[in-house]
Design a protein around this ligand. Sequence first.
Ligand SMILES: Nc1ncnc2c1ncn2[C@@H]1O[C@H](COP(=O)(O)OP(=O)(O)OP(=O)(O)O)[C@@H](O)[C@H]1O
Length: 352
Amino acid sequence: MERNKVLVAMSGGVDSSVAVKLLLDAGYDVSGATLQLMPDDNLKSKAFSAVEDARRVAQQLGIKHYVFNFQERFEKKVIDYFCAEYLTGRTPNPCIACNRFIKFGDLLQQALSMGMDYLATGHYARVEYEKERQRYVLYRGRDRRKDQSYVLYNLKQDQLAHVLFPLEGYEKSQIRHVADELNLPVAQKPESQEICFVEDDDYIRFLRQRKPGSILPGPILSTHGEVLGYHEGIAHYTIGQRRGLGLARGYPIYVVALDAERNAVIVGDQDDVFSRGCTASNVNWVAFDRLEEELEVEAQIRYTAQPVPAVVRSETNGNVRVDFKEPVRALTPGQSVVFYKDAMVLGGGIIE
Ligand SMILES: Nc1ncnc2c1ncn2[C@@H]1O[C@H](COP(=O)(O)OP(=O)(O)OP(=O)(O)O)[C@@H](O)[C@H]1O
């Protein structure tokens, strides 16, 4: 019988390296591919080491390894969006864009055109075909602390149909253990940083380099429009932030909004940081085609947040209205809200 062919997206890290091993053990015909995504020079060396690390792992495990240069598309679909969002006072999630357009977009297409049946990654999540629903359904990974289903909610059925997540049933510690046992050259590699293309997670430096002159000082305003002080550029601030405002008041004040039109940071008191609801745009449903009636969900408003009970309803324009059962803190436009039922990803959208 012919074996299923799978292309593993190899970052040179522990997770995707062990994914190769697990798929080989499961009997797949495995190849690996590493993407060059990094734009500028200092990061090129890092990208190069990712390629080199992945190549060494591929060699040790005896699989074919490809390198694809996706810099141009990454620039357009991820980095441009990342900068534009910050400069309009929103907080982007570049991993979600990368998964949708690059890894499970262009790379998946590339894999299929090479005659592969599947693309695999080292994400901690689970995908399953459910007969009753006649759909592919996405679940949280078993290791709740490493679960990455949040950044995958945007995948469509035709993408999920060709995706494998070999780490779905494992704890990170087990994966590290496999890497140690195999004596993989990358076994001791640390966890990757938060945003793969921003060195030291210093996104302000990145924005200044990318969009010189775009981060400008402006007023700090109260929720009533009163000028309370001055800031160094709205991109420096995040909603819910309390420290670093340079304002001495008799009571704690917090960033409650970023207003790009007025280049203003809006501050208020503790109560103003809490929201009862929001609109979400660019909605993708995974577990069903469309939202027929209002639905009780668990809503997760950022990658690291605990999900909270909420009710979701369709609006007329394709957006959804999300009403939280209890007010949530620091709801942030640009981040995604992902809807769960237990471990199942129902869908999600972008907080407006
Ligand atoms: N440059 C790249 N080329 C190919 N695949 C990549 C690349 N970067 C990430 N991936 C894939 O996306 C998955 C998730 O990426 P993420 O940055 O979250 O890595 P991670 O959780 O640190 O995993 P790893 O240990 O494999 O780096 C990786 O496991 C890998 O399959």
